[in-house]
Design a protein around this ligand. Structure first.
Ligand SMILES: Nc1ncnc2c1ncn2[C@@H]1O[C@H](COP(=O)(O)OP(=O)(O)OP(=O)(O)O)[C@@H](O)[C@H]1O
Length: 352
């Protein structure tokens, strides 16, 4: 666990970048620092590994003040990932990843084997190992940056806007990859971003900072969206807060009907305004309306019980039937969530 105990950073020119910050980043969780430019996110992060020293207050790593640990020892237990990866341009990818193991005096063979294992772990083809950073895309370099930070298996990982220099699609896949990795590794991660959507997607806990380095709110994403502490947080969260909150509402309780499907090629089916046509092995084909039975209309699916209400609503909006197709993990239809069922679930979500 990382503890900020009334930490203040005043730069020599008098700027107060962080002002009496107190919070805990629990072991094995992702804590995100988010806030507008200049609110002290990077300063806070760098005080953890002592790239910047606090002016007042204490930062504790599992109860031990970081100020009492000498910086090289401290940093050996802390991985650090920055924007645009910060790879060494003249070192091959494998050697970039093996940087810390080399520093720790591992023999070359062992360090390289570890690097190869990590490249695979972060989803990179081992063939990239002998390339140089400039021969990789931004997203690939960022993956190398993550692999390098993980090389010596540090319990703590500091990530400073690591995905902000890549396009939105690559960014999404890097975020997904980080969540997948975290599922296996359970590191204590402190992640800095100015992007509230990224904070909500990645954070177990999100610390919203305001300019002047003051903590505005520390909460899990769901609480943040439903109970912003004040106008600043509300405004920072943006206007579609209600819709985004739905991503934390489970579809487990969403009622589904199993009598609205018909297997393709079989008779007319029930007398309903809309019926979902499915293949013989239960995969969706399209919606058939009572009014125009010869044509099939598009459909949207969500994985029942796994995806959120936001996904179910999205699936419903993709189809003129207004119903969402519930599938299982294999993509087979398990039922249909009608407008009435969605309406009931939304009313419940709004209540609670
Ligand atoms: N070396 C320094 N000397 C003086 N002021 C500094 C120094 N470094 C940062 N600051 C100031 O401290 C405040 C916090 O900076 P910091 O970089 O921590 O913010 P940030 O939230 O990470 O911003 P951004 O999202 O723009 O990166 C800012 O007002 C910044 O100008």
């Amino acid at each position: 666990m990382i503890t900020f105990d009334s930490v203040t950073k005043r730069y020599p020119d008098g700027t107060v970048a962080v002002d009496h910050l107190s919070l805990e980043a629990p072991t094995g969780e992702i804590t995100v620092f988010v806030g507008p430019s200049g609110c002290g996110k990077t300063t806070s992060l760098r005080m953890i590994n002592r790239m910047i020293d606090a002016t007042e207050g204490r930062i504790l790593l599992d109860g031990e003040p970081v100020q009492s640990i000498d910086p090289p020892t401290l940093r050996r237990g802390i991985g650090y990932v920055i924007q645009q990866a910060g790879l060494f341009p003249h070192r091959k990818i494998v050697d970039n990843v093996a940087t810390v193991p080399y520093l720790l005096g591992w023999d070359r063979k062992k360090a390289r084997a570890r690097a190869m294992e990590l490249l695979e772990r972060v989803g990179l083809d081992p063939a990239f190992a002998s390339r140089y950073p400039f021969q990789l895309s931004g997203g690939q370099q960022q993956r190398v940056g993550v692999a390098r930070a993980l090389a010596a298996d540090p319990p703590v990982l500091l990530m400073d806007e690591p995905f902000s220099a890549v396009d939105p699609i690559v960014r999404t896949s890097l975020q997904d990859e980080l969540l997948r990795l975290q599922g296996e590794l359970n590191k204590t991660i402190v992640f800095v971003t100015h992007d509230i959507d990224e904070a909500i997607k990645l954070g177990d806990r999100v610390a919203v900072l305001r300019v002047g380095g003051k903590l505005a709110q520390l909460a899990d994403p769901k609480t943040l969206l439903s109970e912003p502490a004040d106008d600043f947080v509300r405004e920072f969260l943006g206007h579609d807060r209600g819709i985004r909150r739905l991503q934390f509402v489970s579809t487990e309780g969403l009622r589904i009907r199993t009598d609205l499907t018909v297997t393709e090629g079989s008779g007319d089916g029930a007398a309903e305004p809309w019926l979902l046509v499915v293949t013989g092995d239960g995969r969706p084909v399209g919606w058939r309306s009572g009014a125009r039975p010869s044509e099939l209309e598009p459909y949207g699916t969500y994985v029942h019980g796994r995806d959120s209400m936001r996904a179910a609503l999205d699936a419903a909006l993709l189809s003129p039937s207004g119903c969402a197709v519930a599938v299982n993990g294999d993509g087979k239809v398990v039922g249909v969530a009608t407008r009435e069922a969605l309406d009931a679930a939304l009313a419940e979500a709004a209540d609670g």
